[in-house]
Structures are given as C-alpha cells and as structure tokens.
Ligand binder design. Structure first.
Ligand SMILES: *[C@@H]1O[C@H](CO)[C@@H](O)[C@H](O)[C@H]1NC(C)=O
Ligand SMILES: *[C@@H]1O[C@H](CO)[C@@H](O)[C@H](O)[C@H]1NC(C)=O
Ligand SMILES: *[C@@H]1O[C@H](CO)[C@@H](O)[C@H](O)[C@H]1NC(C)=O
Ligand SMILES: *[C@@H]1O[C@H](CO)[C@@H](O)[C@H](O)[C@H]1NC(C)=O
Length: 471
C-alpha cells in the first residue's frame, strides 16, 4: 500500500528537471553538513545561515540539497533529521549544478541538478521509518562509489606521501572512536575534532579525523571492532608530527556505515575472526611503525608536572608527548625471573603466544605461520628530583638504541655483563622522550612509552632543570 502510494505521489530524483512545479520528493539522507553562518550582504550586521544534505532514492541517484534562511529556521531544520532518516521535500527549487565548482566542495552526485530549499517556499518533513519503503531504507548501506573502488589502508601507507592531498575512497573497520574535543579558535569560532582509528587486514591502525559535528555524531554510533565503513572522498594527508598518513573527513565526504558489499563482508569476517586477539592492540602501538619525529616534541617536564598533566588529560584518547631529564631507577635486565625479550610475529608485529608458538593475530593457521623475531619488551621506572614514573614501556628498536646492543648481542651477554650494562643507566641522567596514551589495560590508566632515551648532555639538562623551577 505504502509502496504504490509512494510511487504515485513522489517524483524520482532521476526525473528532476528545472521549472517543475508542486514537486514532492522522498529520499534517505546519506550525508549532511554542519550549519554555517555568513554575513548577509544585503542586510549589513545580520547573518544568513545554511546547511546542505544529500538525499538518495535509488541505487543510482542522489542529489545535494542546500537550505538557506535565518538562524532559528536553519538550526531547527538541521536538528530535525540525521543521516539515515528519510525526508519528504515539497517545492524545492531545482537548479542546474555547476559541476566543476560544486563538486570541489560537495559530494559528486550523478544528477545534473541540485535542490535549493527556502523557508518561505519549501517544506521538509521527516518521516518515521515505519511506512517507508524498505528499499529506500536499505540505500543507507549502499556506498556512493562502485564497491571495489577504494584503497586499503595498506595501499595508502605503501603509496605514502605521493597520496598527500589526494581525495580517495577507503573501506576499513573501526578500531576506536576518540572522545570529541571542543575548542575555540583564535578568531573565536567554535571548533571540534574527533579522531577515529581504522584498521583492516593490511594495517592495524590508521587515523581518520573528523572536524564537523555531523560526522562526529555519526562516528559516535560506530562500534569498535564491529563496524565497517566505506568513506567516499576523504582527503589523505601526511601528518608531519606523527610521521604517518592520515585521512580527513571533508565536506565532499559521504560515509556509508556497514556497507552491504562483497568487499565489506570479507572485511567483516576478518574482524570477527580476529576479535579476541586484537586486545593486544595496546601493546602493538608502542612497538609498530608509528615512528614520531622527535624534533616536534619540545615540552620539557618534571615527573611531578607530567603526573599533573596526565590527570588533566584523563579521559582523552589522544596521546601527549614530553621530554624528561631523569634517571632510570628500575631496569630489570639481569634478573632471571623477568622477561626482557619476547617473540613477535614478523608479519604483523604482535607478540606471539608462547604456549602455542603461533601468531593468532594475522595467521591463525600454524602451518602457514611465517616467522618470528625477538624483540626487547620491558618495563622501566624513571625518577627525577620530583618523583618516579612507574612501568614505562621500552621496546623494540628504541630499547636496542637505549641499551646500545641488539637483542642477539644482549642474549649472548653473561649476567655480569648485563649487570654492568644496567649500572651505566642507573647512575646517569638521561634525556627521555615519552608518549602518554590512555589505556584501560594499564593499571594507572595511562600507558607510557619511551620513544627515545639517551644519556643527557649535563649542561643542557641542568639548564633546563634550573629554568623550570616548581610549577
Ligand atoms: C551541497 O552543495 C553546496 C553547494 O551548492 C555545498 O556548499 C555543500 O557542501 C554540499 N553539501 C552536501 C552535503 O551535499
Ligand atoms: C518570507 O516571508 C516573509 C513573510 O511572509 C517575508 O517577510 C520574507 O521577506 C520572505 N523571505 C524571502 C526570502 O522571501
Ligand atoms: C558542534 O557541537 C558543539 C557541542 O555540542 C556546539 O557547541 C557547536 O556549536 C556545534 N557546532 C556547529 C557548527 O554546529
Ligand atoms: C632544554 O631542552 C631543550 C629540548 O631538548 C633544548 O632544545 C634546549 O636547548 C634546552 N634548554 C637549555 C636552556 O639548555
């Protein structure tokens, strides 16, 4: 009943052409922008408001609609529906779109037209999902690009900086959704930022940044390790600070949550099979290629100051970094009972399960199991005149550089040599670069990783320490 009713009253988006009157269309909202205000040129001192959204009524057709008006009208219209809901629009103005100009900022749509909505002439009604043709609702799971038209995260990392600034499609699973952060810019505009970590079969962690409330809202509904997304037209950039590639959601981007495509189903199976072992992700972060440009870390702290900062940072998913001039006060490298070296899988970098000697992360099948390598994996304590930081992780190549020997050289040492090595550090002040990340697995709620630890230049250290006082 509803279906036949729908097909008789609504004009299909594919049939739109200018000058149609008394038009009524229905579609599911697949993308939406934040409300923006602009100074009104005709009415100095006042502002006009606008927001845009994209609606779809068939697998092949979707159009971009923009609404203008006063603040109250635009804000309440924007608040009245979300991505994933169906709307009925009456009397929109149909305009031919200027492809070159529009598609630079808005989703590329197959239609030659766009809709303009005004308070006085058009109406937008949100329809409850019951009574709506299920075919229409299912369009929310259909990406707006061909389903194989995407990069894997591994492709992006492999292409590296040649993709800097490029706009591409990504299919990936959600690993974590960060807390949204709200801030005010220097010109008093409100801003927000939320970092989503993605992963797939090829990469264990890849950051995607959302700068607008609509995509942040969408992301809040994603389930870590359960949701797959197809993000069309995200911008790829090189993050100089973290020395890695990232994706950014822009106004062109349309994100399809849990896409119904063969490629997405394969990825979904992968994440289901790897669910339990992925708990180890916390550990891999400190180990894997997330190599940071140390020159960008400049803030020097005492341990007391770091503890205060860590408390203030509580609840925030984003890491923070700092430099410490301190002594290593615990370094259990000559103690039989403490494991200093562990096996890691050479294809994914995870710690290998010692009991089964297999990598449950990337290769469940023992016969296909590639190889392991030995890696330092230890916890150290750091002390300065203000206190002690316990259980900082020192792993991989950072540990090799710190100790000045490879894992193999270390394993060949006698106990006396190991003790002598230890005392080189316990007596000397070091300059230590640290990374702090929120972690539910760490007892203190923070995971602290050593990024670099070298004996400090005594003059530099004492100058910094004297300059610092007690804050
Ligand atoms: C729609 O098009 C307008 C330009 O006409 C653009 O400003 C806006 O970002 C687009 N947005 C969406 C979600 O379609
Ligand atoms: C809309 O209608 C109101 C009153 O009905 C009028 O004051 C206003 O100028 C109209 N706005 C536009 C953009 O036509
Ligand atoms: C985004 O959300 C925050 C918090 O709810 C709000 O303060 C801000 O005005 C919103 N910004 C936009 C552009 O809607
Ligand atoms: C303090 O440490 C920073 C970072 O290592 C260094 O660049 C700076 O020269 C030091 N300051 C002084 C006064 O030595």
């Amino acid at each position: 009943m509803a279906n036949s009713f729908a097909s008789r009253t609504f004009t299909a988006l594919s049939d739109l052409h200018p000058n149609m009157a008394n038009l009524k269309i229905i579609g599911i909202v697949i993308g939406k922008t934040d409300v923006k205000g602009f100074p009104d040129r005709k009415n100095i001192g006042s502002e006009r408001y606008t927001f845009s959204f994209t609606i779809r009524d068939s697998p092949t057709c979707f159009v971009n609609a923009t609404s203008w008006g006063n603040e109250d009208y635009i804000k309440s219209l924007s608040d009245s529906f979300r991505v994933g809901e169906c709307v009925i629009i009456e009397n929109p103005l149909i305009q031919r779109k200027d492809i070159e100009r529009e598609e630079k900022f808005s989703p590329a749509t197959p239609s030659n037209y766009k809709l303009l909505l005004s308070e006085n002439h058009s109406t937008v009604k949100v329809c409850s999902s019951c009574g709506v043709d299920p075919k229409l609702l299912s369009l929310i799971h259909l990406p707006v690009k061909e389903s194989p038209d995407y990069y894997t995260l591994g492709d992006i990392v492999a292409n590296g900086q040649s993709l800097n600034g490029k706009i591409i499609n990504v299919l990936a699973a959600v690993r974590s959704v960060g807390e949204p952060k709200y801030f005010t810019t220097s010109d008093r505009r409100k801003g927000q930022r939320c970092e989503v970590k993605l992963y797939d079969e090829t990469e264990s962690s890849f950051a995607m940044i959302c700068w607008d409330n609509e995509s942040i809202l969408l992301a809040q509904n994603w389930m870590p390790r359960a949701t797959v997304i197809f993000a069309s037209d995200v911008r790829i950039s090189f993050d100089k600070f973290r020395n890695c590639m990232t994706a950014t959601v822009i106004s062109k981007t349309i994100i399809t949550t849990n896409p119904d495509t063969p490629e997405a189903n394969i990825l979904l199976n992968f994440i289901r099979e790897n669910k339990e072992t992925n708990v180890l992700d916390d550990e891999i972060d400190s180990y894997l290629k997330e190599s940071i440009n140390l020159n960008t870390i400049v803030d020097v702290y005492t341990i007391e100051q770091l503890k205060v900062k860590a408390l203030k940072n509580e609840g925030k998913a984003d890491p923070f970094y700092g430099i410490l001039y301190a002594y290593i006060s615990t370094l259990n490298i000559d103690d039989e009972t403490t494991k200093v070296v562990r096996n890691r899988c050479s294809s994914c970098g995870y710690i290998v399960n010692e009991a089964s000697n297999s990598c449950t992360t990337c290769n469940k099948d023992f016969s296909e199991f590639k190889s392991v390598f030995l890696s330092f994996d230890m916890l150290i304590d750091l002390t300065d005149h203000t206190g002690t930081l316990y259980s900082c992780s020192l792993t991989g190549s950072v540990a090799e550089e710190t100790l000045g020997c490879t894992v193999d050289e270390f394993l060949a040492m006698t106990d006396e040599q190991k003790t002598a090595l230890k005392w080189q550090f316990l007596l000397e002040r070091s300059k230590i670069y640290l990374k702090f990340v929120l972690s539910h697995r760490a007892r203190s709620g923070l995971r602290i990783s050593v990024l670099s630890c070298k004996l400090a230049d005594p003059i530099e250290a004492s100058r910094n320490l004297s300059g610092q006082g007690h804050v």
